[in-house]
Design a protein around this ligand. Sequence first.
Ligand SMILES: Cc1cc2nc3c(=O)[nH]c(=O)nc-3n(C[C@H](O)[C@H](O)[C@H](O)COP(=O)(O)OP(=O)(O)OC[C@H]3O[C@@H](n4cnc5c(N)ncnc54)[C@H](O)[C@@H]3O)c2cc1C
Length: 489
Amino acid sequence: MKRKYLWLSVLVFIALLFSVPAYHLLKTKSKETGLPARVPKGYSDDASKLNQTAIDTLIKVETDSAALIKQLRELLQYARQNDLKVSLAGAKHSMGGHTLFPGGIVVNMLPYKHMYLDTLRNILHIGSGALWEDALYFLDQYGRSVAIMQAFSSFSVGGSLSVNGHGWQKDVPPLASSVKAFTLMNADGKILNCSRDENEELFDLVLGGYGLFGIILDVELHVVRNQALRYKYVAVSAKNYLDYYKKMIRENPNVDLVFGRLRISGKGFLDEAILNYFERTSEAIPPMTPKEDQQLESSRLVFRSSVNSEYGKRLRWDLERGMNKLNLNTVFSRNELLNDPVSMIENKDSNSTDILHEYFIPVRNFNAYLGAIKPILKASRIDLLNITIRAVQTDIDSYLNYAREPVFGFVYLFNQLKTPEDEEAMRELTNALTDIAIQLDGTFYLPYRLHVSPNKMRMAYPKADAFFALKRKYDPEERFDNLFYEHYR
Ligand SMILES: Cc1cc2nc3c(=O)[nH]c(=O)nc-3n(C[C@H](O)[C@H](O)[C@H](O)COP(=O)(O)OP(=O)(O)OC[C@H]3O[C@@H](n4cnc5c(N)ncnc54)[C@H](O)[C@@H]3O)c2cc1C
């Protein structure tokens, strides 16, 4: 009899073990209100979903090069005659109105995405509207891969150059370092070749120049070989992260991709970390297959279930730890690993929005930074969803440079309600985190919300005034404009 009850309680325990997480995920799904309404005609917005702005016109560009040039020249002439501002938009994943201006023209560059690979020189010629996803599928046929890109593949090449993005490729500088050259249409409709040998100043200004100097048309990018990569991870205490990074990553020539994740739940809050890395192997490269909808939706739900839920945050951490164990030593294609769409984390609750921050902290101040952010994050009412860590090497190319020495990028994803109270709380949090970064000789990343004052921005970017003066030198009528420029100029 006793034994029967023992078995029964074991069965109930097992059922509960599986049903509680399943119930939590189902509850998450059922609470989603659905995607926010589409941006109405005559308006534009960006990934923040907080910048809906009335505009004059949205222009979708031509796909063919000659037609595109003619179209853009006419557009610039029209803008000049009617004194309209012109803003450039790629995938619009920036969050501070970087792609729009009230009453202005928004140029959607996405259709311009031709590609050609020079296999001898390993140079990809690509239209600035192409997404990384397009580039990865194209390069895969030739056994090549994108050298440097962000952690998701849903961004455009032109937008990525203009923020000078960076990703999780091991110990490389930001994207600018992989750009050989590009052509730029200036406000007069003239096309300029920009490289390290021609129009060098413009080359540096446009990379991380937020669309203020002209329209990037055709880009030449250095590409690398696609690789088979074997997954590894190590769970570390955050205070030992640097030591492990040095030993397991920096001194390991086989590592190609790497990122760290900090624990954001429970007692281990910011004390535990996972270092995920991928080592080159001589095994055959698995084929690059599109991720199945089911697979994307499961990852998305696990991620979304952590919003405003300590249980969900712990569940996500535990499930990811489980997946780490399952995937240990699995071999992936580099292209496949780089090809993650942002829909993997998509927020389908129209009352709230997800906001990114990123701070670049010199390697020498890594541990001091970890200690300083803990009380700030704990005190804020804003819900923290994720912190990843990536190393970025010194950038010697872009003018408005955020990696002036080797740094670690701390990428935060927060969820906030679309209310004045949460907007104010987000402003306070952003400023507190920015102050810490500046005190520790670091910087903050510019594609996000405009909660930092122009004065504080200049403390993080000492060359900002010179950058804006050069903007006026190259574009005296300030034809290319957006909310980023209006805020910080
Ligand atoms: C979920 C998420 C994850 C992110 N992850 C990363 C990351 O891992 N690493 C990272 O560095 N950043 C990251 N970002 C930040 C950043 O917003 C993106 O890197 C950026 O938005 C890239 O491309 P886009 O096509 O969306 O650019 P957009 O937002 O469309 O544009 C960005 C800027 O580029 C200008 N621009 C666009 N096209 C052109 C053109 N053809 N000519 C001239 N100017 C142009 C725009 O005017 C604007 O100022 C992330 C953002 C989100 C929302």
